[in-house]
Every structure is written in structure tokens, then in C-alpha cells.
Write a protein that binds this ligand. Structure first.
Ligand code: ATP
Ligand code: RIB
Length: 306
């Protein structure tokens, strides 16, 4: 069984669809608002679970009603919730603004996610030990991710670190220990301090991390797909052409799907091609987790995007 452990955040997404973003000091009226489940860790876990992976989530929900709803959502999606704690703070929330070109702006209020401290992981060492892959992002304290990387390394379990949102304090010594590092162009620039304005610059920046020991770097390129870089090999795995309406959580759906397909035994390029397809479907639908299909829905949805 392709067991995955996702250690990370959960948020309630408060999504406003706008005709245009307001300028400073301006008030605009928006035609549509939606509330849904989000947070990078939860999104990745839900995507993998909806595709059929057995997923364990380690996260911290708030002591409020949102926290109860999050727990319920994980359970409804078949996720093992033994690693979910209830913090003293409010649940994490993310006000999100989406414009008609499908671009978004996101504010993250981490709340209880900030309470997921490194020592919490010591209660779940068996979960980590028996995982095919441990999946991390950056909406919890960095020290917790560092401890997760140490534990996984101790048990020879591969780690995927998605360095989103970008954090200039991320310690490259820990990055060098992971098998999969999955930044977008901005996150790669933040970590390396190098420009990533075109493919050549992205490849050079990625190679500086490869030379420090990272196994695979996967740079997500929006509609263009993903670039896979190893010490020996560089390959673009092209994205699928679709009409995007809301790209919120596209990166997370891509990571969750990649984790699912890779840990199910697919090669890296095959898993990337399938992750591109899954993420492409999600951008054609509104909402974050709401846009993530289950495995059986996928063939028809893919056919409909042709
Ligand atoms: P996010 O915007 O969710 O924070 P990100 O910047 O890491 O994430 P992107 O590179 O924008 O992620 O997209 C992730 C993946 O989603 C891409 O690699 C691609 O597979 C898919 N994708 C994103 N936008 C589109 C699009 N407009 N058309 C088709 N596929 C897309
Ligand atoms: O990547 C998208 C996610 O970022 C949203 O669900 C929001 O909660 C923020 O965490």
C-alpha cells in the first residue's frame, strides 16, 4: 500500500471572485464568495487520498468550529486523523482573491498551524517509519519540517519538500537531505538568491541545489507543466492545455497527485505527466479542495478538457 504521511497546514479558504482587484484605498463590490477547505498540507493530502492513496495527516486544527469542520473533512476523505491535534489558537484561515484571468492573491493567517511544534512528531515516529513518502510544505514552523526530515532520514523514508510559501530562512542543509524538492520559480529564486526569469536561469539555479545533494528538483511552471532536474538529467514534462478559471491550489493538487502516482510505483516522469493532468483539471473548476476530483471522475473530466 502506498502509505503517505503529510505533515503540514490546514486552513479555511475564504475565496472572493472579483471583476478586478481594488487599488489602494478603493472599495469594490465582488460578484461571488465561497468558503472551503484549504491549506497546503491538507490540500496535498486530500488530492492524494482522492486518487486512492492511504494518507496520514499530522496537523493542528484550531479549538473553534472551523477546527471541527476540518477534522470532519479529513475523515470524510478517508484520511487517518490520529495525528491531528487541537491547538489553543483559532484555526488557520486564508482570505483569497481571484480575478477573471484566474490569477489569485492569498493572505495566510496561520493560527493553530503555528502550534505544530517539532516534539509533536515524536508521538508519530511509527507513522513516519512505515511511510512510502513524507510530504512537507512551509505553513508550519520550519523547525518542525527539519525534525521531520531528520526522522525520515533515520528510517530511510524519502521526503518531498514543497517550499511554499517561499521562506528566505529555509536552511539549505536540510533541503540537501530531501529526495524531492518542488519549488515554483519564485520559491527557487528566494532560496538560491539567483534569477529564475527564464528556463536557462531556472536550470542554473536548480543545479546549485543539486550540487548540494538534493536528489530531484521539480519546478512547477504553471500552464507550461514542470521541469525535472537531477544531476544527470533535465526534462520538461509539458502541461495540459485547458481553460483555467481558478488556479488556487493548483500547485498543491500537482504535489498531492505526484506523491500518489510516484509512491504507487510510477517512474518520476510518468508521475509528473499524471500530476500535470490532475492539476490541469483542477484549474478548470472553482475552489481549492472542491476542485480536486476523485480517481474515477478523472477520465471523463480529462476528456472534457480536450
Ligand atoms: P500555486 O499557484 O497553487 O501556489 P504553484 O505556483 O506552485 O502553485 P503552478 O506552477 O502555478 O503552481 O501550477 C502547478 C501545476 O498546476 C503546474 O505544474 C501544472 O501542472 C498545473 N497548472 C497550473 N496552471 C495551469 C494552467 N493554466 N493550465 C494547465 N495546467 C496548469
Ligand atoms: O496553495 C493554496 C493554499 O494556500 C490555499 O488553500 C490557502 O489555504 C493557502 O494555504
Amino acid at each position: 500500500m502506498n502509505d503517505l504521511t503529510v505533515i503540514g497546514s490546514n486552513m479555511i479558504d475564504l475565496i472572493t471572485y472579483l471583476d478586478r482587484m481594488p487599488v489602494e484605498g478603493e472599495t469594490v463590490e465582488a460578484p461571488e464568495f465561497e468558503m472551503g477547505f484549504g491549506g497546503k498540507g491538507a490540500n496535498q493530502a486530500i488530492a492524494a487520498a482522492r486518487l486512492g492513496s492511504k494518507v496520514r495527516m499530522i496537523t493542528m486544527v484550531g479549538h473553534d468550529n472551523f477546527g471541527k469542520q476540518q477534522l470532519d473533512n479529513f475523515q470524510k476523505n478517508g484520511i487517518d486523523t490520529h495525528g491531528i491535534g487541537v491547538g489553543e489558537s483559532n484555526s488557520g484561515v486564508a482570505p483569497i482573491f481571484v480575478d477573471p484571468s484566474s490569477d489569485n492573491r492569498i493572505i495566510v493567517v496561520k493560527g493553530a498551524n503555528n502550534e505544530l511544534m517539532p516534539d509533536v512528531l515524536d508521538n508519530f515516529t511509527d507513522q513516519i517509519k512505515y511511510s512510502k513518502l513524507v510530504v512537507l510544505q512551509q505553513e508550519i514552523p520550519l523547525e518542525t519540517n527539519y525534525h521531520a526530515i531528520e526522522l525520515a532520514q533515520q528510517f530511510n523514508v524519502p521526503v518531498l519538500l514543497n517550499p511554499a510559501p517561499a521562506n528566505e530562512h529555509l536552511n539549505v542543509d536540510y533541503v540537501s537531505k530531501v529526495q524531492f524538492f518542488t519549488p515554483n520559480e519564485t520559491e527557487l529564486a528566494t532560496l538560491t538568491g539567483l534569477p529564475t526569469n527564464n528556463l536557462d536561469e531556472i536550470k542554473i539555479a536548480a543545479q546549485t541545489l543539486i550540487s548540494k545533494g538534493v536528489g530531484n528538483i521539480i519546478i512547477t511552471l504553471g500552464s507550461k507543466g514542470a521541469l525535472w532536474v537531477t544531476a544527470e538529467h533535465t526534462e520538461i514534462v509539458p502541461g495540459k492545455h485547458v481553460k483555467a478559471v481558478d488556479t488556487t491550489g493548483a500547485g498543491d493538487s500537482f504535489i498531492g497527485a505526484f506523491a500518489h502516482y510516484y509512491s504507487s510505483g510510477e517512474s518520476v516522469p510518468d508521475a509528473l505527466a499524471h500530476a500535470n493532468q490532475y492539476a490541469a483539471v483542477t484549474v478548470t473548476r472553482k475552489g481549492t479542495q472542491k476542485s480536486y476530483p476523485i480517481a474515477t471522475e478523472l477520465p471523463a473530466l480529462l476528456a472534457a478538457t480536450l
